[in-house]
Write a protein that binds this ligand. Sequence first.
Ligand SMILES: [Zn+2]
Length: 90
Amino acid sequence: MTRPRESWLRSEDDVKWAAAVARCEHPATYCGSDGFCHYGTCFAARDAPDLALEQRVQRLEDQVRLLRRALAQERAFRRAAQVAAREGRA
Ligand SMILES: [Zn+2]
């Protein structure tokens, strides 16, 4: 059986209807009787996490962290250089 669809909440097929109700995560159970999902998200595609994508995001986040650190060091260095210049020690 394929993944339950929201339309199955209106299905005459008890098995399909039950599968759709089971998938619906709304705490109240009236989605099954109303024939549509009150959350609206229970039947959206929930694919398995894309591991390659997550690793790429992780690498980018690491790079951003390194760049931020380098930028902060650069700023600190410039500030120190300005102070030194002001004090005539540059
Ligand atoms: Zn739902």
